[in-house]
Design a protein around this ligand. Structure first.
Ligand code: ZN
Length: 169
């Protein structure tokens, strides 16, 4: 096992133990799938689709604020694929957990503040930023298959400095 992989597993394990214990299996599954980390399914959908369209990119660039998920260096453009729970999206995938309310309020609010800071720094540095929300790719508000990838591609070809793609609610 490579050291990095090992670290990641440990990290996920620790996060797992922080999840509230009084949630339904459906809610828990939604929260687990929204756990920030590499290779979440919505992110894979975007990567695979954009790769198929011929785009090449770097992943999880640690040199940039917020470690953006997909980075198009030459185009000075990047994509964050955000889990709606962890990034406090105003959509049906977000619900405050019932247990440990103070813990979650602090954690989720900090994530949100950091997201805003990261995007502001990136834009000041001349990066174009696209945020793709999880709800655009899964659940009852998901867009037609392929649609988020096409929107992302159109955005990459445009000169637009900022765009969000979200579910159809
Ligand atoms: Zn959402």
């Amino acid at each position: 096992m490579r050291p990095q992989r090992h670290l990641r597993l440990q990290c996920q394990k620790r996060r797992h133990t922080q999840l509230p214990d009084v949630v339904s299996p459906a809610v828990r599954s939604r929260m687990m799938s929204g756990i920030r980390g590499k290779d979440t399914k919505p992110e894979l959908t975007m990567r695979t689709g954009l790769h198929a369209l011929g785009y090449r990119y770097r992943l999880h660039d640690r040199a940039l604020p917020g470690k953006p998920d997909i980075v198009f260096q030459g185009r000075k453009a990047l994509i964050f694929v955000h889990g709606c729970f962890w990034h406090h999206h105003d959509c049906h995938l977000f619900k405050w957990p019932k247990s440990r309310p103070d813990f979650w309020r602090e954690k989720i609010t900090a994530n949100q503040v950091n997201d805003e800071k990261h995007i502001a720094s990136l834009r000041e540095a001349g990066w174009r930023v696209l945020v793709v929300w999880e709800c655009a790719l899964k659940g009852k508000t998901r867009l037609p298959v392929g649609d988020p990838v096409i929107q992302a591609s159109n955005w990459l070809e445009s000169g637009s400095v900022f765009l969000e793609i979200r579910g159809a609610d």
